[in-house]
Each structure stands twice: as structure tokens, then as C-alpha cells.
Write a protein that binds this ligand. Structure first.
Ligand SMILES: Nc1ncnc2c1ncn2[C@@H]1O[C@H](COP(=O)(O)OP(=O)(O)OP(=O)(O)O)[C@@H](O)[C@H]1O
Ligand SMILES: [Mg+2]
Length: 253
């Protein structure tokens, strides 16, 4: 049986500016995201990756086109309904972690559960479970300033995953990390996708990060130029992504 369709994106267009000074950033993006997908969107700087992610995650509005979440058109919902969707259905991982400095890692990870009114003992148990998966068990009592970038980002990933949202959006999650921390985070996301059945959409300009996903979409000139699907081997997928990037153009880095 085919997995459930979570997002259906049809013909998304995004313009910035006013008449006479219009920039077309997205020129008709269509794609479907199914439960348990792990999708990477790649494209050069300025190609509209963040714009697309912000629209899909309901932070921004499209100029035209439709987005259906679980079959329901969310394109024209009011802010109150959108913030409920963000709280209940979506998890976020940002490039710069966005942990709250005044809270311990434990409390940062548990925050979405607390906001949902989950009992404290359940919050603690679930946080410990997530922290163990992401190699953070011995760091839970620390504050963000006492953690490395990699530890903070793995904490942010735990926070995004803890409520088992319908979909996780990650914008350049390895952008501020060194190669070892990047690999650790990506392995954890891959594990969450394969074992935890999380659905992940990640934006990146980096072929190494993208090769951890199951599918890669290449965005250029505001349109999806092609879709690549991973075989069994990550290294082979990485080489294929590099080859296709090179064939599309030299600005595609
Ligand atoms: N609020 C805005 N007003 C006007 N133009 C904008 C706005 N936000 C983004 N843009 C323009 O839209 C284009 C796409 O920006 P976006 O941030 O989506 O790119 P990106 O692919 O995420 O790039 P990067 O890899 O550098 O993060 C850019 O040309 C940018 O200047
Ligand atoms: Mg961006």
C-alpha cells in the first residue's frame, strides 16, 4: 500500500516586490510529499529554497498556487489556524539552532510537549528517550552555552521530533556545523526517518547532506529541474548528485 500523502503542492508561485520591480522567485513548483519521505531540496544561493520551505511550513504566503496538508487546502487559512497547524503538525530545525538560552537542554527538548500540556513525568521520559537516540544523554542538564554546535543542533532535532509531527522542515541544518558534527546530525535524521518513520524535508546547498535523503529535488530559476532517487548506496548517490549539478550549470554549487 502506498504511504499517505502529507503535502500536495501545486504550481506555487512567489513574487517579491511591487509593480515594476517584481522578482519572480518561484515560478510554478509542484511536488507531493508522502509519509516517511526524506526529501532534500538543493539549489544555488538565491534559487528560492528558503522561500519554498517558509511557504510550505506556513511561515510565508505564496503569490499563487495551492498547498494541501492531509488533503486539506491550507493556502488561505487565517493566522490563528496556521499557528495551530505549526504547533500540532510541523517540526522545525533551523540553521542557527534556535534553542532558548535560559533553559536547559532537557527543557528545550521538552518544550513542544509542555506546550501541548503533556504531564511532566511523560515529558521527562520522552526527552530521555530522544536524547539517547541523538547521543545527548549526558548533556541534558546543560544550558545551550555549555554545548557544542553539533550538540545544540542534535538537541534542536530532538525538539522538532519529540511530538512526532506530520513533517519536519529543516533549512540548512548542517550550515553551521563542521563535517563530523554534520555527519552525526545527518545519521540521526536518517535514523529518525528509517526507524522512527519521521517525514523530513531538508533544504541544503550541500551534496554531502543531500545524499543522506532518499530523494533530491534540484531547484533552479524558481523551478524544479529534476528529481534524483537514491539506490542502496549513499556514496553512489552523492557522486550522481555532483554529476547532475555539474551538468545543470557552473552556478549550481
Ligand atoms: N522578503 C524578501 N523581499 C524581497 N526579495 C526577497 C525576500 N526574501 C528573499 N528574497 C529574494 O528571493 C530570492 C530567493 O531567496 P531565498 O532566501 O529563498 O534563497 P535560497 O535559495 O534560500 O538561498 P541561500 O542558499 O543563500 O540560503 C533571492 O533573490 C532573494 O534576494
Ligand atoms: Mg536559504
Amino acid at each position: 500500500m502506498e504511504n499517505k500523502k502529507i503535502l500536495e503542492i501545486k504550481n506555487l508561485v512567489k513574487d517579491y516586490g511591487t509593480k515594476g520591480f517584481r522578482t519572480k522567485v518561484l515560478r510554478g513548483v509542484s511536488l507531493d510529499i508522502y509519509e516517511n519521505d526524506f526529501i532534500a531540496i538543493m539549489g544555488p544561493s538565491g534559487s528560492g529554497k528558503t522561500t519554498l520551505l517558509n511557504i510550505l511550513s506556513t511561515i510565508d504566503h505564496a503569490t499563487s498556487g495551492t498547498i494541501r496538508l492531509n488533503g486539506k487546502d491550507i493556502t488561505h487559512l487565517k493566522n490563528k489556524e496556521l499557528s495551530k497547524i505549526r504547533k500540532d503538525k510541523i517540526g522545525f530545525i533551523f540553521q542557527d539552532y534556535n534553542l532558548l538560552d535560559t533553559m536547559t537542554l532537557q527543557d528545550n527538548i521538552a518544550l513542544p510537549l509542555s506546550l501541548h500540556g503533556t504531564a511532566n513525568t511523560n515529558c521527562i521520559a520522552k526527552t530521555k528517550e530522544m536524547a539517547a537516540l541523538f547521543g545527548l544523554s549526558t548533556h541534558l542538564k546543560k544550558y545551550p552555552y555549555q554545548l557544542s554546535g553539533g550538540q545544540k543542533q542534535r538537541g534542536a532535532a530532538c525538539r522538532a521530533l519529540i511530538t512526532a509531527p506530520e513533517i519536519i522542515f529543516a533549512d540548512e541544518p548542517t550550515g553551521a556545523l563542521d563535517s563530523k558534527s554534520s555527519r552525526d546530525l545527518l545519521e540521526c535524521l536518517k535514523h529518525a526517518n528509517e526507524e522512527g518513520k519521521a517525514t523530513i524535508m531538508m533544504v541544503t546547498h550541500d551534496a554531502f547532506s543531500a545524499s543522506f535523503a532518499k530523494e533530491v529535488y534540484l531547484l533552479n530559476d524558481g523551478m524544479i529541474k529534476c528529481k534524483l532517487t537514491k539506490g542502496k548506496d549513499r556514496k553512489e548517490f552523492y557522486d550522481r548528485i555532483i554529476d547532475v549539478q555539474a551538468s545543470i550549470g557552473s552556478d549550481f554549487v
